[in-house]
Design a protein around this ligand. Sequence first.
Ligand SMILES: *Cc1c(COP(=O)(O)O)cnc(C)c1O
Length: 363
Amino acid sequence: MGRVYNFSAGPAVLPEEVLREAAAEMLDYQGCGMSVMEMSHRSAVFQKIIDDAEKDLRELMNIPDNYKVLFLQGGAHLVFSMVPMNLMKNGVADYIITGQWAKKAHAEAKRYGQANAVASSADRTFSYIPDCSDLPIDENADYVYICENNTIYGTKYHELPNTKGKTLVADVSSCFLSEPVDVSKYGIIYGGVQKNIGPAGVVIVIIREDLIPEEPAVENTPTMLRFKTHADAGSLYNTPPCYGIYICGKVFKWLKKQGGLEAMKKKNEEKAKILYDYLDESKLFKGTVDKKDRSLMNVPFVTGDAELDKKFVKEAEAAGFVNLKGHRTVGGMRASIYNAMPKEGVEKLVAFMKKFEQEQLEK
Ligand SMILES: *Cc1c(COP(=O)(O)O)cnc(C)c1O
C-alpha cells in the first residue's frame, strides 16, 4: 500500500521528505555508526542536534533573546499543571474556555488556586471564539490563559484577547508554526509537537525569562515540573526525547526551505480556502463553526445525518482519505490540514466530497 492522505488531528501527517531523510539516516547518523535513538544525549553529536533545532526554531518564529526555548516531555497535559504551579504567585489566574483543552487546563489550575473562567463558548458547543475585548480580568491574575487553536472544534483566535496588561499564556499545539506570531505578545507559548511539528513525546515551551521563578508558586513542586530546572539545564536535566527532538529539527529545516512561516501561512490559507469554499456552497456538507473564527488547521463538517456521516467516512477511507471521523463531542467529520498536508490532498478530498454529494443527490 502506498501512502494515504492522513487527515488525523494528531499524531498527524509529517513531511514525506523528512521521513525519507530520517529513514536514510536510521542506521548511521552522519557517519556516527549509530542511529540518533542509540546515542548519548550528552554526546557532542546530540548537543548539535538540539542546538540546531533551537536555533532554527528561534529563526522561524523570530523568538526574542529574553525567551527560553524548552524541549520537554509529558505533553501539553503536563504543562496544564506546570503553568499554575510555577506562575500562580498571587494564587489567581483567568481562563478563557473555548473547548476541551482549555477546560482541562482550567480544571488543573483549580487545584492550585483561584482559576476564574472569564469567558466561555460552551453555550454553542464551542463553535465560536467569545468576544475578548473587555473581559473581567482579575486585578490579581498572574496570567490569562487561552487555547489559541481549538483542535476539536475547529476555531482559532484571529485576534488575541485583551489581557489588560496581564501575562498571556497560550496553548498553540494545533497551530504551532502554521503562520507567523509575535512571540513578544505572550508570556508563554507552548504546544505538543504531534499536531503540526513532529512525533508525539515532545512538548515545546517558549517562556519569557522573567516568568521562570527561582521558586515555583506552589511549594513542593517536583523538580521535573519546575521551568527553572529545564531552563538551567538547556532541556538536558534528564534524558530528553532525543529522537523526537531530532525529527522536530528536521521539520524546522523543512519549514525554512518552504520559505518560513509567511510562506506557510499563505499555503495554509490556500488549502483551507479550497475546503471552506466548497463547504459554503455544498448542499450536503456544512461547516460547524462561525466563519469569522474558522481555523486554518482543523476543519469540522457534518451532513446533519449521522448515518450518512458514517458512510462518508467509510467510503473516504476506502479511497485513501483516512482519519476523517470527527471528535465524539462534535460528531460528523474533521479534516486536519496541517503544514505537511499537501495542497493536492485537500483538492482530491474536495473532489471526492463532490462526487459523494452528487451520488446522494441522484438517489
Ligand atoms: C492534542 C492537544 C492537547 C493534548 O496534548 P497531549 O500531548 O496529548 O497532552 C492539548 N492542547 C491542544 C490544543 C491539543 O490539540
